[in-house]
Structures are given as structure tokens and as C-alpha cells.
Design a binder for this molecule. Sequence first.
Ligand SMILES: Nc1nc2c(ncn2[C@@H]2O[C@H](COP(=O)(O)OP(=O)(O)OP(=O)(O)O)[C@@H](O)[C@H]2O)c(=O)[nH]1
Ligand SMILES: [Mg+2]
Length: 444
Amino acid sequence: MENICAIATPYGRGAISIIRCSGPNSIELVNKIFKGKDLNKVKGNRIVYGHIYDGSDLIDEVMVSVFRTPKSYDGENACEINCHGGVYVTELVLQTLLKNGFRMAEPGEFTKRAFLNHKMDLTSAESVMDVVNAESKLALTSSLNALNNNLSKLINNLRDILLDLLAKIEVNIDYPEYEDSVDVTHDYLSPHLDLVIKQMEDIVSNSKISRIIINGVKTAIVGKPNVGKSTLLNLLLGENKAIVSDIAGTTRDIVEGQIRLGDISLNLLDTAGIRDNTDLIESIGINKAKETIKEADLILLVLDISRKLEEDDLNLIELIKDKPHLIIANKKDLKPVWMRDDVLMLSAKEGEGLKELKDKIYEVLKIKDFNATNPSLNNVRQKQLMEEALRSLKQAKNSCLNLVDISLIDIDIKEAFDKLGEIIGKSYPEELITALFTKFCLGK
Ligand SMILES: Nc1nc2c(ncn2[C@@H]2O[C@H](COP(=O)(O)OP(=O)(O)OP(=O)(O)O)[C@@H](O)[C@H]2O)c(=O)[nH]1
Ligand SMILES: [Mg+2]
């Protein structure tokens, strides 16, 4: 195992910078450039005062925290050098370490070591960055829960149930003469599978909300040209970001902006007005708008209440109906020429109805139903694996109902068991692990 180091604090000037060093010889190596107490004799979890030297050159006055294996972030022997927080001095300390037996850590390498040393499982390791990036209390609670293994605990429980079934089936098949074993019949399997499926479905549904709380809500503002989409974007942002005009087809490309709304942040995407059109550039914009609808977590469909609804409007209502959405009847300051029950009245120009709109967004996204302490899957990798596991188990359940041979059902249960294991990093391919950890900021 090599000795690695990296600056763990953000680049720039501050009161202190921390340089993290880890590896079997890290304490001895730091001791070579440190004057103060003999670090080799310092106990773990202690911090000592001294100076860093490059040869005879004084580099900085520092405090060094000493951690001894396995009681450190990554389970290795480790030091954290707290130096003055200047860019130049921090770089110098780092250079001195590099000259004296350390190499630069790769992004995420400390956390990768923590994983490999069984200090944390894969879902916890992944949630480290979610904790760092959390922008609201809810997002933080949810990520901290993942960090504290609540997802992996539940997954381990589910795997135990499946493992128990698999073991019993194996015994039935391999040792039919063994009398003490349970006879695994379709009737025996079914309720066990139901129980696991139910818990997996609960995780999946909780995850839909946690994902948008952690990553932000991709919010598409769509509608026909000239209905006031860009005016709405500007109103929500509180600045004139998008060009507004009474010429239909003003917005061609997607205009983005971000706002916070209590516990969530909305990534707003103002799109080109959707209509049948011949202009090439505009039709490219329209296609982008349609793509955006597909990818969005939330759609704000804007209609103009001062003009008769047209086929384009009705087509859009149909297009978005299966996604979380709000239909907004804009321009309520003008004379209404139609009415529907399922719309929210707004004047984007005057800012009237904004509060109601914000409340409704919360309602549609079901933010209040979210329990941040329930386990959830917080990234695409985890989600995909859970879906695959769920598919296999449902297949197993279905085979049970159709009285398929138990030895074949066994294969699907095994598949689900493996996929669940992959979520928490049991039976992982090496490249995946490397890819995952390189997403980390340096020093984590
Ligand atoms: N009276 C009134 N006019 C509005 C309101 N919202 C927008 N408008 C006007 O409607 C026109 C179109 O507004 P935009 O925001 O550019 O409309 P858009 O939907 O982005 O249009 P495209 O980009 O062409 O698709 C402008 O003249 C706005 O001032 C409103 O609430 N009331
Ligand atoms: Mg526009």
C-alpha cells in the first residue's frame, strides 16, 4: 500500500488548510519533515504542534493530527497537517511531502481505501459526496442516513432472507433424504418473496423523492409560443434572464436557472414554444423542448388564459399527463376566455399567484410525505441494480404462481441476491469501484 497525500480543504485562501496523508509509513514520513514532538511516539487521535521543514528551510508552523490504524478515516495510519491557509504555503507543504515519499492521492482514493478496509460499505462511501454537496437540511439528513448504513442494513436483512431460502432449496435438491429440512414448496416460497418484494418497492418509492431532494428538481417550463414561459422563468428567478417579447418563437434554445424553494432546489429550464413550425432553428428548439419534457422531474405547462385554447395546448396537456406536472393559466390580469378546473391561475407579468404556485410545486412533488430517515437509493447505479433485483424477484414470484420447477425459481432468487449485494459492494467488479471513487473531490 502506497503512502498518499492530498489537500483536503478547498483551493484558495483561508484560515487553515488541511493536507491529508495516509499509508502504512505516513506517520514516519511526515515525521522526517516535522520538527516538534517525535510523531512516531505520539498516540493515535492526538494533535501536536510543530514546524514543517524542507531540508533546512522552514516551510510553515503547523498542527499535525495523528491517527493510527484502524482508527482513522480510511483505516490506514494517517496524519492531517493543519497549516496556514494560503495557496502558496499549502502548495509548498504538499510539494515537500511529495519529495519525501508520498504520491498524490487520486480523487476519492481515501474513501476507496476506507471501503477496501471495510470502514464503510459502498452505499456509505457513495453518500460521502452527497453529504458534502447537500444544500438543504432534508438532503443532508438523507445523505447522513446513507452514510450511517441504514440502506445497507436493510439490504443485508433482505439478503439474509433470500440466502435462507436459497440454502433451504439447495438442501432440498442436494440432500432429498435429509429429513429435518423444510420442504420448500411454492406455497412456502410465495409469502417470503412477497415480503422482500414489498420492502424493495418501499425503498424504490422513497428514493424517487430523495433523488430530487439531493440532486435538485429538473423543472421544464413548456407551452405554446408567447404564453409567457420566459416571463415565468424570470419571475421565479427574480431577474431578467430570458428574453421576453410578444413575438411568438422568441426563445430558441433552452435557458436555465436555479432557485431554492425551502428544502428543494429547482433547476429551471425555459424551453422554446412548441408548435408546428417550418423554421429550422425554431424546430430544433422545439425538439429540444420535447426531449426536456421526457427527462424532467416536474413540468410546468403554461397556457394563455386570454386566448382560446388550441390543439397545440390540448396535445401538450395529453403529452405531460403521466408526469408530475402543474398546468398554469397565465395572464390572469387579462380577460379570461376559457376556464378549467385543473389549472392554477397566475400572472407571470404582475407576479400574482406566485406563492400559490410555489406551494403547489411542493404538493405535486410530495415533499412533505418524504421521510429522510427511511432508506433510499441516492444514485442511478443503486437504482438500476435495485430495479434489476426487483425484476428477478417478481419473476420468481410469478414462477411460483405458475408452479414452475423450484430449481428454476432458485436461479431468479440467486440473481436478485447478487444484485442486492452489488448495491452495497459485495461481489463488485474492480473497474466499477475505481470509476465510482474517481468522482470524489481530492482529499476525500
Ligand atoms: N398581460 C400579461 N402579459 C404577459 C404575461 N406573461 C407574459 N406576458 C407577455 O406575453 C408575451 C410573451 O411572453 P414570453 O415570456 O416571451 O413568452 P414565451 O412563452 O416565452 O414565448 P416564446 O419564447 O416565444 O415561446 C410578452 O409580451 C409578455 O410580456 C402576463 O401574465 N400577463
Ligand atoms: Mg420564451
